[in-house]
Ligand binder design. Sequence first.
Ligand SMILES: Cc1cc2nc3c(=O)[nH]c(=O)nc-3n(C[C@H](O)[C@H](O)[C@H](O)COP(=O)(O)OP(=O)(O)OC[C@H]3O[C@@H](n4cnc5c(N)ncnc54)[C@H](O)[C@@H]3O)c2cc1C
Length: 477
Amino acid sequence: MMFDVIIIGAGISGTFVARELSKYSLKILVIDKHNDIANETTMANSAIIHSGLDPIPGSLKAILNVKGNKMYPAICEELNVEFKKCGSINVATNEEEIKKLRALENNAKVNGVEVTWMNQEEVRAHEPNISDHVQAGLFAPSAGIIYPWELALALMDNAITNGVTLALNEEVVNIEKDNHFIVETSKGKYQSKTVINASGVYADVIRNMVCKPKYEIHPRRGQYFVLDKSEKGLVNSVIFPLPTEKGKGVLVVPTTHDNILVGPDSVFVDDRSDTMTSKEGMNYVRENAGNIVDNVPMNRVIRSFSGLRAASDIHDFIIEEDGEVKGFVDVAGIESPGLASAPAIAKLVVSIIRGILNPEEKTDFIKYQPTTLISNLSREDLRNKMIDDKSYRKVICRCEVITEGEIIASIKGNVGARSVKGVKKRCRPGMGLCQGGFCEPEVVKILARELDIDPLEVPLDSKGSNILAKETKVGEL
Ligand SMILES: Cc1cc2nc3c(=O)[nH]c(=O)nc-3n(C[C@H](O)[C@H](O)[C@H](O)COP(=O)(O)OP(=O)(O)OC[C@H]3O[C@@H](n4cnc5c(N)ncnc54)[C@H](O)[C@@H]3O)c2cc1C
């Protein structure tokens, strides 16, 4: 079959573009090498919808961040995804930093971002746990937080409802161009009129398969601690130090599920899959968080993780059709603020594809109606479900109070979970204080039953990461 568009990568960039393009009469295929969508950078970041106050004025980062931020409330409402507009505060801890904060205030104004200057007392009134070192702050009310997995899943679910095909577990290994593109994956070959390269830290590798080299991606790793929900209220807004050329610094950030994120650091790595955490990195995060927030309760850490920024040597987003290989569109160098910019990035890519293919807009686009359960149910919805279905009466995850019915619903539908982590991403068993100590064996059992596979075949995460090696006891697992 000839596709109109092949999108390589199902992170936030690929899923957003897929959903926007599904509003047109186009045959679209999204390919990702993982067994789930959003399994790389989109699942490991600070989850902030930045205001757009710090990117260099006139850069794509600045323009698309500010636009994207404005689009977030409506898109989240449309997709039933939580967007908490909690605001952000950049803080200064000495005279030198106060000068830099004034410069940041100017930058914000040039970028068209509303900000308010706060003196020490005003910062403290807003954030009682702010460090005594903090002397002033710059408040950006338009900044917010989301749950990026949830958004990517809702986008992909809706795109599939509108005719997009998703191919998981397929790694793109080669691309050729004749009259059209031939995209070769680990499973087969697909033909397409256009190719969108949304492959994150692999964007230069994918591009160089068919185009002349233009940029290089040098992954920059960022590591985090996650604090237990008991620390809710440690900060009310996103607390930033001053940005540097290495990034936005070590932050203290509330999450939409009431945890607190502390991090990240910023270190270049050679290996594009190196999402390890290191003792040095975690120590760096711990020390720097203390500069902006007092007594960060490190004894309440429930997890650590890291993500890779797709930093390019162009130092800006690269979103364009190649000059020579017509129909090949880069969505590359999408480091921070890639999440905040995603709705605006998608609109820009749609305008490029419309310029190439001139597709008709559909009149029968189907609005989002979830086919896969994303996020756990409200108490009221749960009560209603319990009446008809006894699987909703059985609690599997005690920390997050997730029922068997919710886990089953997260495995079904357009983008159903295929791994323990896939279930965790969708409805949160294993996200709580015990980190899956109690519920993980139950989730394995439910996945095996619902997918009609042997429990030994259930992966923790990517294909091959099976949890169980062999049966050790005779009898029912
Ligand atoms: C530490 C850190 C903190 C951040 N904080 C923020 C923040 O607070 N706010 C913000 O706006 N942005 C933030 N970002 C940036 C944001 O997370 C990214 O811009 C965004 O997630 C990038 O999404 P993407 O879809 O472009 O890439 P990805 O999410 O990496 O998706 C790329 C996809 O391509 C697939 N792929 C790659 N190669 C192949 C292949 N050969 N075949 C098939 N599939 C392939 C991968 O499997 C992957 O799913 C942060 C990033 C990091 C690392």
